[in-house]
Design a protein. Structure first.
Length: 431
């Protein structure tokens, strides 16, 4: 779901399927501005299974003890709503500019009937929030500058990750059916198009496409810089509130905070003999924010990726590999932890209104390992996703999706060995 309507049809970067770092068409006639309010609503009925151990606790469709014991229905329903306000414009001199925003509904714990609202509530949905918010300026011949809470090079030019089938529902959980697994569902690092990277304030430079005379393809590139891992209206922030001198959270390093993050990707595209091929290589670096005197220091974030995909007569196949000092959700790795490595392979077929496909990922990382702890050095995760969608009309489609995952990391005291599966049937409406 994370790549459906990541930008509107007229916006600078058309991100459905594999991200495209060049505009597909002029955003507006010279001297004009186009304002739009696109949207997205998805609803599905799902059959779930979730079992295993996480930190020594058993997770399935039951819980509690005695008078508080419960059993959930294995059939569930879930939905997602997003709005995409923005505008695209062009000056009389041919300069393109605009702004895009992505608004979402938040998720919360399930509650009794009637406890659900679109405003801040202790028990219901926690309102509407901003997920992406960025502006851009530039031209196709000179390149573009993006600024704000937006995707950067590492996700914009990620190649080989096949995701369009099943109406885009897939790993990691980002509002789709898999987001309601009780425990253990992988956050992953093999997929770079996730909130840990795009919900921070940054500047991204996107080059124009340059012809390559030998093979006949084109090169383009993108570079991003993020000084702190803060959102568009967060400014500076400490690692903890530190309400009092005895606050246990004070002086504890954060595995999710980073600074001076830089990513760069070189991309190549080629269309010959009916094959449309895209390949890219890139690197992402981020220094740990750290806390002076912390008992748990972290390595810098350093991730290499390479990917390739090709499309011929409606069939797309692709693969992507990532490796380095990184954890699921692009968190930092504790000092001394193992380096992570992962890959994904996928294929899809599109014929008129029908698309079918599947993908598989496998990755290993440090997981919950820490110096002096009881967890083994390696968290192993893999998952499978298969699906299909049928477009009834351009704004309306039906989909079916199946997912399976397994996580395993032994420990001397508890450990993780969890799995889950689901089958989802639903509809998506886009406007």
């Amino acid at each position: 779901m994370r790549k459906i309507l990541m930008a509107t049809a007229a916006s600078l970067l058309a991100l459905a399927g594999a991200a495209n770092a060049q505009p597909a068409k002029p955003v507006a006639a010279p001297g004009t501005i186009v304002v739009h309010l696109n949207g997205y609503l998805q609803f599905s009925v799902n059959a779930y299974g979730n079992s295993g151990m996480v930190d020594g606790n058993s997770y399935n469709m039951t819980g509690g003890t005695g008078a508080s014991a419960y059993k959930l229905s294995p059939i569930g329903m879930i939905g997602d709503v997003r709005l995409y306000p923005g505008f695209d414009a062009q000056t009389v001199d041919g300069l393109w500019y605009g702004a895009q925003i992505e608004l979402r509904t938040a998720t919360s714990n399930a509650n009794g009937a009637g406890v659900n609202s679109n405003s801040t509530s202790a028990n219901g949905v926690n309102g509407i929030y901003v997920r992406r918010a960025y502006g851009y300026i530039g031209t196709p011949d000179a390149g573009f500058v993006r600024f704000g809470q937006t995707d950067s090079a590492f996700s914009l030019l990620q190649r080989g990750v096949v995701e369009g089938f099943g109406d885009g529902n897939g790993w990691p959980a980002d509002g789709g059916p898999d987001s309601v697994f009780a425990q253990g569902a992988p956050k992953t690092f093999i997929y770079a198009d996730q909130g840990a990277l795009y919900t921070t304030n940054k500047i991204v430079l996107i080059s124009p496409a340059v012809a390559e005379p030998v093979l006949g393809g084109k090169f383009d590139a993108a570079v991003g810089y993020e000084p702190n891992s803060n959102g568009i209206k967060e400014g500076y922030a400490t690692t903890a509130s530190c309400a009092g001198a005895n606050d246990a959270s004070c002086g504890t390093a954060s595995s999710s905070r980073r600074r001076n993050t830089v990513d760069a990707v070189l991309d190549y595209t080629d269309s010959q003999n009916g094959f449309a091929t895209k390949a890219s290589v890139g690197y992402l670096y981020g220094a740990p924010l750290g806390v002076i005197g912390s008992a748990q220091p972290y390595d810098s974030l350093g991730v290499f990726q390479a990917g390739i995909q090709t499309t011929y007569m409606g069939v797309t196949v692709g693969g992507n590999v990532k490796a380095g000092t990184v954890q699921d959700g692009y968190a930092l790795t504790p000092k001394g932890g193992r380096h992570a490595v992962g890959y994904t392979l996928g294929a899809s077929y599109a014929n008129g209104p029908i698309m079918v496909g599947g993908s598989f990922f496998d990755e290993q990382s440090a997981g919950k390992w820490a110096s002096g702890g009881t967890y083994a050095r390696t968290l192993s995760e893999y998952g499978l996703n298969v699906g299909a969608n049928y477009t009834i009309a351009k704004p309306l489609s039906l989909f079916v999706d199946g997912m399976y995952f397994h996580d395993h990391q032994p420990s001397a005291t508890n450990g993780t060995n969890a799995q889950g599966e689901l089958v989802s049937v639903g509809t998506t409406i886009k406007w």
